[in-house]
Design a protein around this ligand. Structure first.
Ligand SMILES: Cc1cc2nc3c(=O)[nH]c(=O)nc-3n(C[C@H](O)[C@H](O)[C@H](O)COP(=O)(O)O)c2cc1C
Ligand code: SF4
Length: 444
């Protein structure tokens, strides 16, 4: 049930299982009435303008204005595509899963209206391979929508068409990166492409393509139904609307909460998620999923939870996934765990990411084993600097940003862990290089 500090728009009636059916969606939230209005009586530009005026920013990570992105697609009769990004594989993110599971028709209606705004006739939902249950729910909902005439040819007798296919991924995080997603949809190995050209110009099968996140597209029906001013009553000037925030880690009530953007981060953690477990305190948070630079509790708590406030604090709102580390969490171990994830998921296409994630894992393993020296911390930081901004996609940066923030903000803790590990294990003799003249002479 909703908490008093929540503002439920996308999650309205989410607790009612009837919402997942076509009939329930129509009865509970007047579902598909906006699609009907838009397809029957609105011009493409009118729909597009409502989206642009709303200031809706992408909810998948980068926060780019959705209406503006849709406006980049060229006009004309060429084949254009819409891809809904439902890959949701970043550690800490689980809001799209809930949106698809509880209200699949809201997403389908949003896709159909966004397709109208950009003159698109073919759409795909690319869903994370492990989301079997949600993919089944979507398959059933898409079938219902086809049968009711909301999808397919000549939608509601308007001579407008939209084909929608649910495509299951094979469980690779990198396929959430928009161009890797396109390659995967085309049946290739999911590797990011060089940009430009951007997908809006040359995307799926070489055609102009609009790619948006599940939550972004789920916002579309209400914006078109109620208008940009209605949407802007929520959130802040630069972060309009509500946001479904996934909160996990050391809190009493982890879960998804829908808030008006700009709510104090303290309320998010202490009121909605119930604060840390008994006897513990918050040490640090990832404010926007595992790729966001960590903030210390002191830095984070008084910040409004918005795109701009997180950016000003040197981090990011990302996908809106808050991971809370309490005082029992070892930051060096958290850094290692983060690095291992990105190393494992790196596609290996470019050197700074492929080698940098590998080196970082190896160096952090030395840190926690007590085999590193303080100079190694500087080397770790320097490796992160050499990754950031030098890769084909931002997966490399996604490891470098949080790891470098952890080393910078918790250096003392890294040094303590190194000292404790050294006291416990001693230094591995294989790692000590003997630079004495005798040894060097023998080697030569
Ligand atoms: C490695 C990587 C993984 C990503 N995973 C996702 C994802 O699972 N879902 C998502 O919506 N965006 C993901 N993104 C961001 C997408 O590339 C893209 O920006 C987003 O889907 C655009 O939608 P939006 O504008 O509605 O946010 C990922 C980016 C990177 C670099
Ligand atoms: S940054 Fe990493 S994941 Fe992205 S293209 Fe380069 S190697 Fe692949």
């Amino acid at each position: 049930m909703p908490h008093a500090l929540e503002t439920r728009v996308l999650l309205e009636h989410a607790e009612d299982p009837r919402l997942a059916t076509l009939q329930g969606y129509k009865e509970l939230v007047d579902g598909y009435s906006t699609l009907e209005k838009a397809y029957r009586s609105m011009e493409q530009d009118e729909v597009l303008k409502a989206l642009e005026d709303s200031g809706l920013r992408g909810r998948g990570g980068a926060g780019f204005a959705m209406g503006k992105k849709a406006s980049f697609l060229p006009r004309g009769d060429m084949e254009k595509y819409l891809c809904c990004n439902a890959d949701e594989s970043e550690p800490g993110a689980f809001k799209d899963r809930e949106l698809m599971q509880r209200n699949p028709h809201q997403l389908i209606e949003g896709i159909a209206i966004a397709a109208l705004a950009a003159g698109i006739g073919r759409a795909f939902i690319f869903i994370r391979g492990e989301y079997d249950r949600q993919a089944d729910i979507l398959d059933a909902a898409v079938l219902e929508a086809y049968e009711a005439g909301y999808l397919g040819e000549d939608i509601l007798g308007t001579h407008r068409n939209l084909e929608l296919v649910v495509h299951r991924g094979a469980g690779a995080y990198i396929c959430g990166e928009e161009t890797a997603l396109l390659d995967a949809l085309e049946g290739k190995r999911g590797n990011p492409r060089l940009k430009p050209p951007f997908p809006a110009v040359q995307g799926l099968y070489g055609g102009p393509t609009l790619i948006n996140n599940v939550e972004t597209l789920s916002n579309v029906p209400r914006i078109v139904a109620k208008g940009a001013d209605w949407f802007r009553q929520y959130g802040t000037e630069q972060s309009p609307g509500t946001k479904v925030v996934s909160i996990s880690g050391g809190v009493r009530r982890p879960g998804n909460y829908e808030i008006s953007l700009g709510l104090p981060t303290r309320d998010l953690i202490y009121e909605l998620a119930g604060g840390p477990l008994p006897g513990r305190s918050v040490k640090a948070i990832y404010p926007g999923g595992s790729s966001s630079p960590v903030l210390t509790a002191a830095e984070a708590m008084d910040l409004p939870y918005s795109f701009e406030a997180m950016a000003e604090a040197g981090s990011m709102l990302g996908s809106g996934s808050v991971i809370v580390a309490d005082d029992t969490v070892s930051i060096p171990h958290m850094a290692l765990r983060t690095a291992r994830f990105y190393h494992h998921e790196s596609c290996g296409k470019c050197t700074p990411c492929r080698e940098g994630t590998n080196w970082t894992v190896k160096m952090l393993e030395r840190v926690v084993r007590g085999e590193a020296t303080p100079m190694d911390l500087d080397i770790i930081s320097s490796v992160q600097e050499n990754i950031m901004g030098h890769c084909l996609c931002v997966l490399g940066d996604s490891m470098a940003m949080p790891v470098s923030a952890m080393v910078r903000k918790f250096r003392g803790e890294f040094e303590q862990v190194m000292a404790a590990g050294e006291a416990e294990h001693g230094i591995d003799p294989h790692l000590v290089v003997d630079l004495s003249p005798e040894a060097l002479g023998a080697a030569s």
